[in-house]
Write a protein of this length. Structure first.
Length: 507
C-alpha cells in the first residue's frame, strides 16, 4: 500500500526493493533521463556503465530520491518494504538508502572544514554536512567499527582534510555504512584510490555489507568491477540500453566493456623527447623549477620530508605513492598553492606567480572541488584558463571568446556551454577543466589523477592532445594510480612516502 505519512521507515523495517518505471528527468532544457525502468532488489550488486553525460549520476539520485521524475503521467517510483508495505515518498525511505558521490567530498574541501574523521562519519546518521548532536556511546562504538572496516581504525581524531584524497573517500564509505543501509549507491567511488586503497574499499564493501545489502557502483574502468557482481547495466543518452543478469546464462563480454580498445598503440605510448632535453635538443641552461631543502607540513604534520629536486625542460615525471603519501600536496606546491616550510626554497623560471600559473596547465581533484558548486558556466570555466583565475576577473575579449568556443567544440562541450558547474556530471566537469587547461599554450603540465571521471573516448583525446603539447616542448608531471595512464615518454619517477624525502628512480 502507498504510505502518505511524513515519517521515515520505522526501526526494524527494512527496504526490500526499489522500483522505477518509465521515469524521465529534465534538467533545465535537456533530458538527463528518458523513460528509465529499473528494479533493484535486496542482495543485488550492480555495475552501471556509460560515457560522460549518459545520466549515471542522475539515475543514482533518482533512485535515492534526491531528484524527482519530471511529470509525464507514466512515471513510477516505489520503495517496497520487506513486510509488504510500499512507499511512494522517497523521504520515507531515505534512512535505508545511502549515497556516496564525489560532490560530498568536494563540499568539505569548499567549506575548508575542520571536522575530524569521527565527526564526518557521525554526520551519516542524519545525512547532514555537520554533526547535529554529539555521538552517543552506541554511535561512538559503531563509528569505531566502520572505520576499522575501511582500514582507518587509527584515524578517528585526524582532521578530515588532513587526509589524502583516497583516504577521504574511504572515510565517506564509513559514513555511508554507519546506519547500516539496505541500499548503497556508489558514484565513481573508486576514483582517487591507489591499488591498495581500491582493494581496501572493496574489502570494506564486503565486510560492511549484509547478505541482503544491495549496491550499485558507477565506473569507467574495467578493473574497478568488484567481485560478486550480479548485474551490469549500460546507460547512454539518458536511457538504459541493456541489463545483464550475471546469475543466469553466459556473460556477454561486451556487457563488461567499460572502455574501448582502439586499434594500434595510442599516440601517448610512443617515445618522444628524452629526459632532460629541451625544445632545441639540448639541456636547458635554466630549469623550470628547483627545490632546495623543501619540506611541506599540513596541520603540523610533515607530509613531505626535506629534499632537493630540479625539474628541467623536457623532463617528464610520474609521481607515485600510496594514498596519503603526499602526491597532491607535491602538485599543489609545484603549482604555487603551498609553500615549502621555513628553511626551504623554491625557484621558478617565471618568478611572478601570475606569470608562472599562466604557463602551467593544471588538472586536479582540488581544482574541481573549487568549481563544483559555483555558478560558473562551462564557457566561463574554460575562459578562466586564459588568465589562470578561479572564475572570471573580467569578461574575455572577442578574440579570446573565439578561442574558448573553439576549445569547447574540440572537446564536445559546445552544447553544454551555458550549463552551470553544479548541473554537470563529475566527468563533464572534469572535461571542462581539461578544456580550461588547453585553452592556451602551456609550458608545464601538472596533472593529479587527470583521467578520473573521464570515459574511454575522452581519455584517448586527452592523451593525444597531451602528446601534441609534449612534441612542441611542454613538460609533464603526472600523479596517477593507474599505470596504463602513464605515457611512454614519462621516464622519471618520484616515489613519495608520507613524512619522508621522495625517492628518484627511472622507469
Amino acid at each position: 500500500m502507498a504510505c502518505g505519512v511524513s515519517r521515515a521507515v520505522p526501526a526494524g523495517r527494512r527496504l526490500e526493493r526499489i522500483e522505477i518505471g518509465n521515469a524521465s528527468v529534465r534538467l533545465g532544457r535537456h533530458w538527463a533521463l528518458r523513460d528509465v525502468s529499473l528494479d533493484i532488489r535486496a542482495g543485488e550488486h550492480w555495475l552501471l556503465l556509460g560515457p560522460n553525460g549518459a545520466g549515471k549520476t542522475v539515475l543514482l539520485k533518482l533512485l535515492r530520491g534526491d531528484v524527482w521524475p519530471t511529470p509525464t503521467g507514466r512515471e513510477t517510483r516505489r520503495y517496497h518494504l520487506r513486510d509488504g508495505d510500499t512507499l511512494e515518498q522517497p523521504l520515507l525511505a531515505a534512512d535505508r538508502v545511502a549515497y556516496l558521490g564525489p560532490e560530498r567530498q568536494d563540499r568539505y574541501e569548499r567549506y575548508e572544514s575542520h571536522l575530524d574523521v569521527a565527526q564526518v562519519v557521525l554526520t551519516g546518521y542524519d545525512d547532514s554536512d555537520f554533526p547535529l548532536q554529539s555521538a552517543t556511546i552506541t554511535q561512538q562504538r559503531r563509528i569505531r567499527q566502520v572505520l576499522q572496516q575501511v582500514g582507518l581504525a587509527g584515524y578517528a581524531s585526524r582532521t578530515f582534510l588532513s587526509l589524502s584524497y583516497g583516504q577521504r573517500r574511504r572515510v565517506l564509505l564509513a559514513r555511508a555504512f554507519v546506519r547500516e543501509p539496505d541500499v548503497l549507491l556508489l558514484d565513481e567511488a573508486l576514483n582517487g584510490l591507489d591499488v591498495r586503497g581500491r582493494a581496501a574499499f572493496q574489502r570494506a564493501l564486503r565486510l560492511a555489507s549484509s547478505p541482503r545489502t544491495a549496491w550499485m557502483l558507477t565506473s569507467h574502468r574495467r578493473g574497478d568491477a568488484p567481485a560478486g557482481l550480479t548485474h551490469v547495466a549500460c546507460i547512454a543518452h539518458g536511457g538504459i540500453e541493456s541489463v545483464t543478469d550475471l546469475r543466469v546464462g553466459a556473460v556477454d563480454p561486451s556487457a563488461l566493456q567499460i572502455e574501448a580498445r582502439p586499434g594500434g598503440a595510442p599516440a601517448s605510448q610512443r617515445k618522444t623527447q628524452g629526459a632532460g632535453v629541451g625544445e632545441s635538443g639540448i639541456r636547458s641552461a635554466k630549469p623550470l623549477l628547483r627545490l632546495h631543502r623543501a619540506a611541506v607540513y599540513r596541520e603540523e604534520r610533515c607530509v613531505i620530508g626535506r629534499f632537493d629536486w630540479t625539474l628541467e625542460r623536457g623532463q617528464h615525471w610520474c609521481l607515485r605513492g600510496a594514498n596519503g603519501s603526499g602526491k597532491s600536496t607535491f602538485v599543489a606546491m609545484l603549482h604555487g598553492d603551498l609553500w615549502p616550510a621555513h628553511g626551504g626554497k623554491r625557484e621558478r623560471y617565471w618568478p611572478a606567480v601570475e606569470d608562472w600559473k599562466a604557463r602551467v596547465g593544471l588538472v586536479s581533484p582540488e581544482l574541481q572541488a573549487r568549481y563544483a558548486a559555483t555558478g560558473c558556466t562551462v564557457e566561463q570555466i574554460v575562459a578562466s584558463g586564459l588568465h589562470a583565475s578561479i572564475g572570471l576577473n573580467e569578461w574575455p575579449t572577442a578574440a579570446e571568446l573565439r578561442r574558448v568556443r573553439r576549445e569547447l567544440r574540440a572537446w564536445g562541450l559546445a552544447n553544454l556551454a551555458t550549463r552551470q558547474a553544479r548541473e554537470l556530471s563529475y566527468g563533464q566537469l572534469r572535461l571542462a577543466l581539461v578544456a580550461r587547461a588547453f585553452v592556451r599554450s602551456r609550458r608545464l603540465w601538472l596533472l593529479d589523477e587527470p583521467f578520473d571521471g573521464l570515459d574511454a573516448d575522452a581519455r584517448q583525446r586527452f592523451r593525444a592532445r597531451l602528446d601534441g603539447a609534449v612534441s612542441r616542448g611542454a613538460t609533464v608531471v603526472m600523479a596517477t594510480h593507474h599505470a596504463e595512464d602513464v605515457p611512454a615518454y614519462v621516464t622519471l619517477m618520484l616515489t613519495l612516502r608520507r613524512g619522508r624525502a621522495p625517492v628518484i628512480t627511472t622507469r
